[in-house]
Design a protein around this ligand. Structure first.
Ligand code: SF4
Length: 314
């Protein structure tokens, strides 16, 4: 066990912060090699067990060191801030589980990390209007975990919340922070149909948010890659102001034509806040990226085209 890992258990939750492993390597807080570096720093408020109860999230299982397929070691916030100040990372994304007093913990971490002069995004459980307004001068963008495409799926997968609270939160965040300052997170492959996904993406865009897609994976299952590529293509077409029916039709019946209408170098990259690339968040190293953390190569684009036009899974 290295010294930092050993320190994790004795750091106080009040003065410490979790840092995604890739971010920790980028900041020189952990050793290791990676082919794809993060361009945003991903940090997380530490807590014991998230009250959200989301079936797809390790935080709900009382596994505070894990989020998605990534581990998040603990460091002193002050040390992380110092490293960030001299790094070339373009943004900081502060995430939080649903723990007691997460609002005040967020405010304090955001205020400290604001000294780095890097734009800050939040990806947290819903915040009340007062907190959103208090954070307005410190925080640049708000991420909202819509996650599941339909209310009934959200009720099943995020059962500790009323399904509507996330849409209400998104609307409130757009009202306060403005259009294009909010990112709706959508998980692809939770059991929704492509039509349901398209309708939810359209709803978020119509409300004035950007949409960021995540490919669902668990130990037993991961989303079929062809389905995920279709979801990305539909989202890109909806972003171009196509209607839901048209985007679905083009993707399923005329994928070549649909690919001609979009910027293929851009739309298969990680979507969301400017500078957010989340390498390996839902893809294992060595596998085809679900969300490319950089421009895909010509060969990678050819693979994507084949999946969309000719079919074929992993
Ligand atoms: S898009 Fe990226 S930076 Fe923005 S809230 Fe989501 S994870 Fe954070």
């Amino acid at each position: 066990m290295d010294s930092k890992q050993g320190m994790g258990s004795i750091l106080s939750n009040e003065t410490s912060i979790r840092v995604s492993y890739g971010t920790a390597m980028k900041l020189g807080l952990k050793e290791g090699d990676t082919d794809e570096e993060p361009t945003t720093a991903y940090v997380m408020i530490p807590g014991k067990k998230c009250r959200g109860g989301c079936t797809f999230c390790p935080q709900a299982r009382g596994d505070p060191k894990w989020l998605s397929r990534v581990s998040w070691p603990l460091f002193e916030l002050e040390e992380v801030k110092d490293k960030l100040e001299v790094s070339d990372l373009s943004r900081i994304c502060i995430q939080s589980p649903d723990i007691p007093e997460y609002e005040s913990r967020l405010k304090s971490a955001a205020s400290k990390l604001n000294d780095t002069e890097k734009p800050i995004s939040l990806s947290t459980p819903p915040l009340d209007e007062k907190t959103l307004k208090e954070l307005e001068g410190t925080v640049d963008r708000i991420g909202v975990g819509i996650d599941a495409a339909t209310d009934s799926l959200r009720k099943k997968k995020k059962s500790n919340y009323e399904p509507i609270v996330f849409w209400n939160y998104l609307g409130k965040a757009v009202d306060i922070y403005g259009e294009d300052k909010v990112t709706a997170h959508m998980i692809v492959g939770l059991g929704e149909s492509l039509d349901e996904l398209a309708a939810a993406v359209k709803r978020a865009l119509y409300a004035g948010a950007r949409v960021s897609l995540f490919s669902y994976r668990s130990e037993e299952k991961k989303t079929d890659i062809r389905y995920y590529r279709r979801a990305q293509l539909i989202t890109a077409l909806l972003d171009l102001d196509k209607g839901v029916e048209e985007a679905l039709d083009m993707t399923l019946k005329e994928p070549e034509k649909a690919l001609d209408e979009i910027d293929v170098e851009k739309v298969f990259q990680t979507r969301g806040c400017p500078g957010c690339n989340r390498p390996y968040y839902t893809t294992s190293p060595g596998k085809e990226h679900r969300n490319f953390p950089r421009k895909p190569t010509r060969k990678e684009i050819e693979e994507i085209r084949k999946k969309l036009i000719l079919g074929g899974g992993d």
